[in-house]
Design a protein around this ligand. Structure first.
Ligand code: HEC
Length: 232
């Protein structure tokens, strides 16, 4: 083995050592080595979290995730009314409302006004009933949406109402009562239309032949940064 061969070996060793040193420092470069090594952390954050904190690459992903959650959280009154249970609605009305309200045509006012023909009618319309100033001044008619908000929290919907009723928390119970009110309204307005499912609606909005790279990039912002799918 000549001197040249030895130099080659030394060179290779040196290169390997440098390479290893590079590898050792790489994680702290990529993953943010604010003191300590990668292995010191009890629960290393996910790669996307690190990308997020370092490169603000998270924004699109976070927005996509929260948008999905928001869609799930929205209460679809129209859809719920379509499957409402009138028998249960009547039972809830008897248990929680009838102490103060009649609902038969021409029924007497009690602590609260008669509720026949209420859906779609003006608020506080019963002539002989002594409404609170708050409800008397409330604008508009009793739409399904209004009624839902009112029965969820009367005092939250009309501040200062004299209806001492906490509200019906459970969506299904509330919707059943609303359907029961509608069943006791002659010529009640149609139920609000159920919401269109979000994802298929977006898919339909894209023309069939528009499978272009920008459209795909928009469809999957969480997977690939837009810059990488831009045409070269
Ligand atoms: C403790 C008595 C009481 C109970 C229980 C009660 N209400 Fe009332 N309700 C009232 C009073 C009082 C008013 C009038 C409120 C005002 O003037 O601010 C009222 C008003 C209303 C109105 C508005 C009517 C209009 O003419 O604008 C509706 C609708 C209504 N109640 C529905 C219900 C339903 C449905 C229930 C059961 C889930 C219920 N209430 C339970 C006392 C009650």
């Amino acid at each position: 083995m000549g001197e040249l061969g030895l130099n080659k070996i030394m060179g290779a060793l040196l290169a390997t050592a440098l390479f290893m040193m590079g590898l050792a420092t790489l994680p702290s470069l990529v993953f943010g080595g604010s003191g300590g090594h990668y292995g010191d952390k009890e629960e290393p954050a996910t790669l996307s979290e690190k990308m997020c904190s370092q490169f603000h690459y998270c924004i699109e992903i976070a927005e996509a995730a929260s948008a999905g959650a928001a869609v799930e959280a929205v209460f679809d009154l129209g859809a719920a009314l379509l499957t409402a249970d009138l028998t249960r609605g009547e039972r809830t009305f008897s248990g929680q409302c009838a102490a103060c309200h009649t609902i038969t045509p021409g029924g007497a006012n009690g602590t609260g006004p008669n509720l026949h023909n209420t859906i779609g009618a003006d608020k506080a319309r019963i002539a002989g009933f002594n409404y609170s100033g708050a409800l008397s001044n409330a604008e508009g008619a009793w739409s399904y949406e209004n009624m839902d908000a009112w029965l969820k929290s009367p005092a939250g919907y009309v501040r200062g109402t004299s209806m001492s009723f906490a509200g019906i928390r459970k969506d299904a119970d509330r919707v059943n009562v609303i359907a029961y009110l509608a069943a006791n309204t002659e010529g009640a307005p149609p139920f609000p239309a159920p919401m269109a499912p979000a994802a298929p609606a977006e898919g339909e909005a894209v023309p069939a032949d528009a499978a272009s790279p920008p459209a795909e990039g928009e469809a999957a912002p969480a997977e690939t940064p837009a810059e990488e799918v831009a045409p070269t």
